[in-house]
Design a protein around this ligand. Structure first.
Ligand SMILES: NC(=O)C1=CN([C@@H]2O[C@H](COP(=O)(O)OP(=O)(O)OC[C@H]3O[C@@H](n4cnc5c(N)ncnc54)[C@H](O)[C@@H]3O)[C@@H](O)[C@H]2O)[C@H](O)CC1
Ligand SMILES: [K+]
Length: 509
């Protein structure tokens, strides 16, 4: 699903009105009715006091439409006009009249702090103050109203976007803290950035019938990857195949006390369908791996504790490097030897990334289309500090272009970035924040690269499947019960789920 900016959606809005013969008022009626239906489905007539705060623009207009339907269905509704300006949008006024036609309890007028209504924690607040038309930070008493709503602790549903949140830049003032956001037409980037995702809470996109052809034509290079998109990336296996068709990969890393990381990667790779998997580890890893993963072969460095060399004559389809490797100079020399003799894309993770940060001249030796899988800390060491998520994306994009690599930026929503394209993964859950989870992901992506998936496809599908395995384990054992070993062993099941029903883990989906 394409992620669009408010501006792009407004263009789609305009195009739809001009070409599909519907008026802006009908579009607002459609939007508001869809929100009402979502609320009605969940509330089923429950006598919960509903307080709707309507701005004086079209977001407020949506609020009036929602309120009208709720009133007509017998809900306990109180509407308020948040009159932060004397202007009123046309569609706001039209819907204001419609409210007056169905109730004598007209919307309350809020023009200052003294007009604020009491909001108790058992209320259901609907935030229709500002939508994507926000064009400056919320100030003065309106900012206080946002705080008043947030401090009430009442369940808050944001219409289109939490008020105060810009869709294309960091927040600069008060922002509504929503539990749920029902957004129109397309998801907005800020719902998935670490610094702003919490304002939106659970996000659901409502299709209000914006012209699909127009949307398809919009040059947006940011996509949400979910159950609709991931299966298309899967390469079915044909009957007439043998293990050589599924890649011969090399996983290199590990050091004394951290052999588990490469073992987790290799286990994940084998459960992701690799034909052959060899590990290159310090001598201390030999017994451990041979007894824990008989399916894998093992080559050992002559050093007992850490990598000090690299088997450049080993013919691998893809190499995954770095997990548990440490950043000792001898190991960096080993990495340099790998880089000097490898032309095909590789995956670099964990201490391999820290080696690149320690010795940046290695960056230019990275084969084209290699995949780097940093968590935010490793990313900071690679690209430097950032003020906010937008600056982070800018720096990461420049890095990806400069070294022609794919960045898999791990987080609550993992971002896969290649030049101008950005893919945001929506599978997974907080239970995956556990030791070894990154090692497992590296094994999955390396395995798919070895199976002839293009590196960016291997990254997108790998991240999605990794999240799916985390969801499977969490649905069986709760967030606390998730271990990366379990995730590694559930990769096959995750592939099965790729084409089956949703998995509810109380997570984001
Ligand atoms: N495109 C769609 O799919 C549909 C969108 N709809 C809804 O319309 C809103 C966008 O409306 P809104 O955010 O209210 O913007 P408006 O321009 O209509 O009105 C805002 C109003 O407020 C002024 N303003 C902006 N920022 C501030 C501020 N910080 N302080 C004070 N005043 C401010 C601005 O100048 C305008 O005058 C969208 O989100 C959807 O909810 C349609 O209703 C349905 C289809
Ligand atoms: K809003």
């Amino acid at each position: 699903m394409k992620i669009l900016s408010g501006k792009q959606i407004s263009e789609a809005d305009k195009y739809t009105i001009e070409h599909d013969g519907i008026t802006s008022e009908e579009l607002m009626e459609r939007a508001g009715t869809l929100v009402f239906k979502q609320i009605h489905q969940r509330l089923q007539g429950a006598p919960i006091p509903i307080k709707i705060f309507c701005g004086i623009g079209n977001n407020g207009g949506d609020g009036l439409v929602i309120g009208r339907h709720l009133i007509q269905h017998g809900y306990d509704v109180k509407l308020y006009t948040v009159a932060y300006s004397d202007k009123r949008s046309e569609d706001f006024l039209k819907n204001y009249e419609k409210i007056k036609d169905i109730t004598n309890d007209w919307p309350g007028l809020i023009k200052e702090v003294d007009d604020f209504p009491e909001i108790s924690v058992g209320d259901f607040v609907i935030d229709a103050i500002f939508g994507v038309g926000l064009n400056r930070p919320i100030e003065s008493w309106v900012a206080k109203l946002v705080t008043h709503i947030n401090d009430s602790g009442a369940f808050t549903l944001a219409v289109d976007i939490p008020s105060g949140l810009f869709d294309d830049q960091p927040p600069q003032g008060s922002v509504i803290q929503a539990n749920y956001t029902l957004t129109f037409g397309a998801p907005k980037l800020v719902f998935y950035l670490p610094d702003t995702m919490d304002y939106a809470g659970e996000v659901q996109v409502l299709d209000i019938g914006l012209n699909k052809r127009f949307i398809a034509g919009i040059d947006s290079r940011t996509y949400l990857i979910g159950k609709q998109e991931a299966p298309a990336l899967y390469q079915p296996r044909n009957k007439n195949s043998h293990k050589g068709d599924y890649g011969n990969i090399l996983i290199a890393g590990g050091s004394y006390g951290k052999i588990g990381s490469v073992l987790l990667s290799a286990t994940a790779a084998m459960h992701t369908g690799s034909g052959l998997c060899t590990l290159y580890v310090p001598k201390c890893g030999y017994e451990i791996i041979q007894s824990s993963l008989p399916e894998a072969m093992v080559l050992t460095d002559e050093n007992e504790q850490k990598l000090s060399d690299f088997p450049i004559d080993f013919e691998a389809d893809t190499i995954g490097f770095g997990m548990g490797a440490g950043t000792e100079n001898e190991s960096i020399t080993a990495f340099e030897k790998l880089l000097q003799n490898q032309k095909k894309p590789i995956l670099v993770d964990a201490d391999g990334l820290n080696m690149l940060s320690k010795k940046p001249e290695l960056l230019k030796l990275l084969p084209e289309n290699s995949v780097l899988t940093p968590h935010p800390g490793e990313l900071k060491r690679l690209i430097g500090e950032w003020e906010n998520d937008f600056e982070k994306l800018e720096k990461a994009r420049n890095f990806s272009k400069k070294f022609n690599v794919i960045l898999v930026i791990k987080g609550a929503y993992t971002f896969i970035l290649q030049n101008e394209e950005l893919f945001i993964n929506t599978s997974g859950n907080p239970g995956m924040a556990t030791a070894g989870s990154g090692d497992v992901l590296s094994g999955v992506i390396t395995s798919l690269m070895g199976q002839n998936y293009q590196p960016v496809a291997a990254s997108i599908l790998g991240v999605f499947i990794h999240g799916l395995s985390g969801d499977l384990v969490a649905s069986a054992q709760g967030y606390e019960g998730v271990t990366s070993g379990e995730m590694a062993r559930n990769m096959g099941k995750a592939f099965q789920y790729l084409f089956q029903k949703e998995i509810k883990t109380g997570g984001k989906e």
